[in-house]
Design a binder for this molecule. Structure first.
Ligand code: 6R9
Length: 666
């Protein structure tokens, strides 16, 4: 970039700014996994058998009898009668050809010599050793909670669980003690793998203390395994293991070199649970099963992320979220590729860190979130320009809508205008990608995710379930089941129906045609079936690509001494996409001062984690409410975003909004 004529750059900027459609680069198309535009029609005509190809990407112990059993909607079953093991599919079957190739490239933080290249053979050994979890009593179908940051033992433990048929429930390490306890209680999980601590920006951070605080609130006995991540650097935390705490290294050492037969799991047996935020305070335990999920993540990794076994593929998400499950661990490893995992943050020790990693490892793909791209943009193009990013072949984004400006910056400054960008819309519940371009097939339109994947029936509808015209905003719905879909909410079929189906389905019907999945996102579609996702239409906000329930945050705030009532909304934020704005009513005798504000922020951090920290706390004597007593969050959003106020005529207290607005301006 340095020797470029600045005039060219200005011209280029202008051209990119005007451009609404980008063709897939020829050099990419020439080598892409999927290039035939006929795939859309072919899948439509051949539905649901079109998904046999995805199932063929897996190795089965017993073949399946039926692609889809839709006799009891919405409890769809896929590849029924088949048996397989996910750990076998992600490891063992690659050994004949790829034993010495890296399965995981782990880039630790901060000590360079910590980096580990873990070959498929080594992964095989370590996963077999970690199957020692059985010594603690873990049996098939016992839920094992994994509360670890981005260290190799996390994917190793996930695959060890899969090997012995024990579903895992990964709790993001940045979540609080309380969040851990809620999830362990909800899943009746009697086993936990955690670690002593980890590094953040070079400093050791205690994790076991938070774990133990969470365990104190778990309502049953738990066997805990502790990974020693920090070694002597953790000595200051002064942790000694209790009787019911086991040292990970000791546990696996007892099984050095042992191999454990992968348990043949039924296609529909649970592979894992992942808790995600919903409209109520109680997180939802999304249940994914073995065959459909694995087929979906493998197929989309191949078709959308263009993953090939010889690639070095980099997804910068945390494994504690669904993106890391599907697109660091299961999808890429099922395809036998090299998947990178980075423990640190993109700006430590410098803002070049990510680009140095990409150069050093010659990464072929980069899959990240718009919130990260907006930060890179703010920092400046000189950081990526200092590094050779020419190994990159494809770029991806996930987690929230990406604005065209950020899209174009990514395309130009990271991809050098030679990499397609896939903007992938999907959810924890969908298991994998749903709406995105196929990078070797479709043109790209910045800001629009693209058409629904082949074999999916996505419609944008109005409140009467009628399809809306192109250009008009409506609700995104999925009209037919797909293999990667969640099967239910753990132990709560009723809530599963209520949350995702009731809105647009005839819930008395047993005809699958009458069942429609509603992901609670708003969207619009253009003449070419390209879908622009507009964001959540429920009380979930999206901070830096992370889903947070406003109810969860509100109940944390109300838990703070002196708080009477609280309403939380998402306000626009340049970097985070959305930020948390809290409007709080105090009890008599309490004062809305900095101390109170700090207590509220702390209360939220304790209950959920730092990601949910309110950007602004506004004290108010009242909240805008309808006559039936419902808080009008829309008006609070208008205030947070400094926008003109919507209709206030249905309020019982219309004066309050101006009052709150003047307080927000202070
Ligand atoms: C994978 C993941 C899901 C919610 C989803 C939507 C938003 C995700 C998006 C996107 C616009 C995209 N979302 N990808 N919005 N464009 N490409 O993020 O799962 O944490 O469950 O969040 O994220 O609102 O409903 P999850």
């Amino acid at each position: 970039m340095a020797d470029e004529d600045p005039a060219d750059d200005v011209e280029l900027e202008a051209r990119l700014a005007d451009q609404g459609v980008f063709e897939p680069p020829e050099s990419f198309v020439e080598q892409a996994n999927v290039t035939d535009a006929g795939i859309y029609e072919e899948f439509e005509e051949n539905w649901p058998e079109c998904w046999e190809g995805a199932a063929d990407l897996l190795s089965w112990d017993d073949d399946y009898d039926q692609v889809l059993d839709d006799s009891n909607p919405p409890f769809y079953e896929w590849f029924t009668g088949g048996t397989l093991n996910a750990s076998y599919n992600c490891i063992d079957r690659h050994l004949p050809e790829r034993a010495d190739e890296a399965a995981l490239e782990w880039i630790g933080e901060p000590v360079e010599e910590d980096n580990r290249s873990i070959t498929y053979e080594e992964l095989h050994r370590e996963v077999n050793e970690a199957a020692a979890l059985r010594d603690l009593g873990v049996g098939e179908d016992d839920v094992v909670t994994l509360y670890m940051p981005m260290i190799p033992q996390l994917p190793i433990a996930m695959l060890a669980c899969a090997r012995i048929g024990a579903p895992h429930s990964v709790v993001f390490a940045g979540f609080s003690a309380e969040a851990l306890a809620t999830r362990m209680n909800a899943a009746d999980s009697e086993y936990l793998v955690t670690c002593d601590g980890y590094y953040r920006r070079g400093d050791p951070l205690d994790h076991l203390d938070k774990t133990n605080e969470g365990l104190a609130d778990v309502d049953h006995d738990v066997e805990t395994v502790v990974v020693d991540r920090l070694g002597p650097n953790g000595d200051d935390f002064g942790h000694d293991l209790d009787e019911d705490e086991h040292d990970y290294a000791d546990l696996v050492a007892d099984h050095a070199g042992a191999t454990v037969e992968p348990v043949a799991r039924d296609a529909e047996d649970m592979l894992f649970l992942m808790y995600t935020s919903g409209t109520t305070g109680q997180p939802k335990g999304v249940k994914h099963t073995t065959a459909g999920y694995l087929a979906w993540t493998a197929w989309t990794s191949q078709a959308v992320l263009d993953v090939k076994p010889e690639d070095t593929y980099f997804c910068s998400a945390d494994i504690g979220w669904i993106t890391g499950h599907s697109y660091i661990v299961y999808g890429p490893l099922a395809l036998g590729t090299t998947s990178m995992m980075y423990e640190g943050t993109p700006d430590y020790p410098t803002r070049e860190r990510l680009w140095q990693i990409i150069e050093e490892y010659e990464a072929d793909q980069l899959y990240t979130a718009p919130t990260a791209i907006r930060s890179f943009m703010k920092w400046g193009a000189e950081y990526p320009a200092n590094n050779d990013l020419s190994s990159l072949r494809l770029l991806g984004t996930v987690g929230e809508p990406i604005n065209p400006r950020a899209w174009k910056w990514y395309y130009k400054h990271i991809g050098g205008e030679e990499c397609p960008v896939v903007d992938t819309w999907w959810q924890t519940e969908t298991g994998g990608h749903m709406v995105t371009t196929l990078p070797g097939v479709n043109d790209m339109k910045p800001g629009s995710a693209g058409p629904a994947l082949p074999g999916l029936d996505v419609e944008i509808v109005d409140t009467n379930a009628e399809e809306v015209e192109p250009g008009r905003a409506g609700y995104l719905t999925v009209q037919k089941p797909w293999p990667g879909m969640l099967r239910t909410l753990y132990k709560n079929d009723e809530r599963f129906i209520d949350e995702y189906w009731a809105e647009y389905s005839d819930t008395d019907s047993d005809d699958p045609e009458d069942w429609v999945y509603f992901p609670e996102d708003g969207a619009k579609v253009d003449d070419e079936d390209y879908i622009t996702v507009l964001g959540r239409v429920d009380d979930v906000i999206n901070v830096s690509g992370h889903r947070l329930g406003t109810m969860e945050i509100e109940s944390a705030i109300v838990g703070v001494d002196g708080v009477a009532e609280a309403a939380v909304v998402g306000g626009d934020h340049d970097l985070k996409g959305e930020a948390v704005y809290a409007y709080v009513i105090l009890e008599d005798g309490y004062e809305g001062n900095d101390e109170m504000r700090a207590a509220i922020v702390e209360g939220v951090e304790d209950a959920i984690g730092p990601i949910a920290r309110p950007e602004e706390v506004v004290f108010t004597p009242e909240l805008p409410k309808t006559r039936s007593g419902k808080i009008m969050r829309r008006l609070l959003e208008d205030i947070a975003n400094d926008e003109e106020l919507g209709d206030t005529s249905t309020l019982q207290n219309p004066g309050i909004v101006d009052d709150i607005r003047s307080k927000s301006d202070d």
